[in-house]
Design a protein around this ligand. Structure first.
Ligand code: NAP
Length: 326
């Protein structure tokens, strides 16, 4: 049974981000009142695209909050029925992983969950984790293994390979489950793959920059487990609304090798993408979609998602086809 999204009040943390902006858009479209947190209210690049969303004038409230400031979310969450915690630093470049990634991810998640605990109004929390908290282990790398929601990334392997972002997401999700279990919070976790699709915000987020680099032939990865940002946002809402939702949900469309991805891009834009660009093909990972599909999420084809990604990046002037192969 699903609860209809009426005029209920929900909070989205890190609302100016790539994924969260789409989530805010879909929540407003569904009739929710959204309390959106950003780090800096006086930076128009973090707020104007949210204010321009349909329904924002009537039902969007913006607040300033920082993950590392204890109690920062208390007064914002106090009357919310749902909290979507998406805020977390996303980067692979750091000289201080503890301060740049791990503290905001882990302490930030606990701060938000503590505020949820204090607010007696919160029915459910939906946390944006990542596939990097699921599949980064020795078992998951290989052709015979199907990665599903029972898999967990290996903390020692993250440390050994200095995969600090993976470590931050794995630790944050673990901390969230422990806190939720100890404090009786109804927690649902989303674990998306690499997110593709149109961007709403005016600046490039870290992973969209990676996508630009891939399109320009500057970056190649053995295989991609991608998902469209609109499917990710929809899955978050289903995870909140469906009373039967529980546990974790891997969000990933069909896997693509680098060659397959480049061929798709080439088909979409023959003039700019070199389809012969390739890397050594590794066995492609198999990821189970069953649980996400049980939420009512059907994944968009990668061709449509890539087409919309390229169009959006072009429109926002992050891709200039004349210079793409330079
Ligand atoms: N993009 C992907 O491929 C992908 C895949 C799987 C999971 N995810 C997860 O999805 C979530 C959103 O990622 P995204 O790709 O949308 O990245 P994004 O655009 O960089 O959004 C991240 C958001 O977190 C906020 N944030 C970072 N540090 C903060 C702090 N100390 N206090 C308050 N807010 C803080 C950022 O605020 P500022 O704007 O002020 O910096 C930003 O709004 C993250 O949890 C990420 O791990 C992303």
């Amino acid at each position: 049974m699903s609860r209809e999204g009426g005029k209920e009040v929900v909070c989205v943390t890190g609302a100016s981000g790539y994924v969260a902006s789409w989530l805010v858009k879909l929540l407003l479209h569904r009739g929710y009142t959204v309390k959106a947190t950003v780090r800096n209210l006086s930076d128009p690049s973090k707020t104007e695209h949210l204010k321009a969303l349909e329904g924002a004038e009537e039902r969007l409230e913006l607040f300033e909050a920082d993950l590392l400031q204890e109690g920062s979310f208390d007064s914002i969450i106090h009357d919310c029925v749902g909290v979507f915690h998406t805020a977390s630093p996303v980067t692979l470049v750091t000289t201080n992983p503890q301060a740049d990634l791990i503290d905001p991810a882990v302490k930030g998640t606990l701060n938000v969950l503590k505020s949820c605990c204090e607010a007696k109004s919160v029915r459910r929390v939906v946390l944006t984790s990542s596939i990097v908290a699921v599949a980064y282990n020795r078992k998951a790398i290989g052709a015979d293994v199907v990665v599903d929601e029972t898999c967990h990334s290996d903390l020692a392997l993250c440390q050994e390979n200095k995969e600090w972002y993976n470590l931050s997401k794995t630790l944050a999700e673990q901390a969230a489950w422990n806190f939720a279990n100890e404090n009786g919070i109804d927690l649902v976790v989303m674990n998306p793959g690499l997110v593709l699709g149109p961007i709403l915000q005016p600046t490039l987020n870290f992973t969209s920059q990676l996508v630009v680099d891939i399109i320009k032939g500057k970056l190649a990865v053995p295989f991609y487990q991608c998902v469209d940002v609109r499917d990710v946002a929809h899955a978050h809402i289903m995870g909140f609304e469906k009373s039967s939702a529980s546990g974790r949900y891997i969000l990933a469309g069909e896997p693509l090798t680098h060659l397959q991805l480049m061929q798709l891009l080439h088909k979409l834009n023959p003039s700019i993408v070199d389809a012969s660009t390739s890397v050594e093909e590794n066995p492609i990972g198999k990821v189970s979609k069953k649980k996400a599909e049980s939420l009512g999420v059907s994944f968009m084809s990668m061709e449509v998602s890539l087409k919309d990604t390229v169009e959006s990046l072009k429109e926002k002037k992050f891709l200039n086809f004349e210079r793409c192969n330079n």
